[in-house]
Ligand binder design. Structure first.
Ligand code: MG
Length: 370
């Protein structure tokens, strides 16, 4: 079975976060972008993947269209690991993370979807697990004001969530969120690398009273693993990181340094499903828990569900908390009473609704091959 055609579909979905958007990761969020990739084979089996694409859509798309995609046309897919290893080597001079690796991640996920369809098994089963229900955590955007974050927490609780993650950086907003949800609700904090090591230590200590399930990425830059290890040693709150780690070898450095309690590879940035599976094995060897990073809603979301079903079925699963106006996977990316079902069909388990993709697309699809 050979790859005959690769299609790139960029989509943009507006959402409502229940308040005016605040600057977060360099932009005001009123919509989320997603980069869907369809890989078609010469025997008619096709698979879907996703590459990191929030604001990176144009760069990941360009890497796929100009460099990575054409290299896969005509490739035999039966030995996925060998093919991906060959491509990783071929493209390593472009860097070991960034758009080229995100593009490789997208194709790798699509090849797992194809493998699952050929075997008539969901990816969770190919990984040695099984589809099941997962508990979701509501991953809130940044509200920045204590009253706004408290109201967002109340909305999440009203929707049935008992697990909440904040993306705040001011301590008073975290305290307001804890006051709004009470002591019994599971609450984590993701700061997205805002602080120096000493600021992180001060803030981690100050936040101990907020009883966080974890403190995620407090330190800038994200690859300062020694600095992160100092934060971990200085406060009792568990430390989480990993979504910005470049591949398995940098992940090993992070784990060896003793920087984290929880590692969070992002399947659409890290090289795909097999790369994440390797990271899970490595993390376990270091006594570190795996929790998927999953701030997206496309094929990468489904891939993360399958990974979680296989490797992290008991930990809360990240779910973007914003009212999406549309989704190519409809209710499969929405929680019910704080629970998510892993799709049971072959491969990723469910096919995207092409009409929704067409309605939300940014520009014409890019087609590589024939
Ligand atoms: Mg994060």
């Amino acid at each position: 079975m050979k790859i005959e055609r690769i299609e790139i579909h960029l989509i943009r979905v507006p959402f409502d976060m229940g308040a005016a958007p605040k600057a977060f990761a360099g932009m005001n969020w009123t919509s989320v972008d997603s980069l869907f990739v369809r890989v078609c084979t010469d025997v008619g089996v096709e698979g879907w993947g996703e590459g990191w694409g929030h604001v990176a859509c144009p760069t990941t798309s360009a890497a796929l269209a100009s460099l990575v995609g054409p290299a896969f046309i005509g490739s035999e897919v039966s030995d996925r690991s060998a093919l991906m290893a060959e491509m990783a080597h071929r493209f390593h001079i472009h860097g070991r993370s960034g758009p080229v690796v995100y593009a490789l991640s997208a194709i790798e996920i699509a090849l797992w979807d194809i493998a699952g369809k050929v075997a008539s098994l969901p990816i969770a089963s190919l990984l040695g697990g099984a589809p099941r229900e997962l508990t979701a955590y509501a991953s809130l955007l940044r509200y920045a004001e204590p009253e706004l974050v408290a109201r967002a927490v109340e909305r999440a609780l009203a929707q049935g969530f008992r697990h909440i993650k904040l993306h705040e950086v001011r301590l008073e907003t975290v305290r307001a969120a804890r006051a709004a949800c009470g002591e019994s609700v599971w609450m984590a904090l993701d700061t997205n690398c805002p602080w120096s090591v000493s600021q992180s230590i001060d803030n981690a200590r100050a936040l101990e009273a907020s009883r966080l399930a974890w403190l995620e990425e407090p330190v800038w830059p994200p690859e300062d693993f020694h600095g992160l290890a100092r934060v971990r040693a200085a406060a009792s709150t568990p430390i989480a990181a990993g979504e910005n780690v470049a591949g398995i070898h940098e992940m090993e450095s992070m784990l060896r340094t003793g920087a984290v309690d929880i590692c969070q590879p992002s399947v659409i940035k890290f090289g795909g499903i097999e790369a994440v599976a390797q990271a899970v094995t490595l993390a376990r060897a270091h006594g570190v828990d795996y929790v998927p990073h999953c701030f997206y809603f496309g094929p990468g979301f489904l891939a993360s569900l399958h990974l979680a079903a296989a490797y992290a079925p008991e930990v809360p699963f990240e779910l973007f908390f914003g009212d999406l106006q549309a989704s190519p996977y409809h209710d499969a990316v929405r929680a019910r009473d704080g629970q998510l079902a892993v799709p049971t069909g072959p491969g990723l388990g469910i096919e995207p609704d092409l009409a929704v993709i067409d309605r939300c697309r940014l520009g014409a699809p890019i087609v590589i091959g024939r």
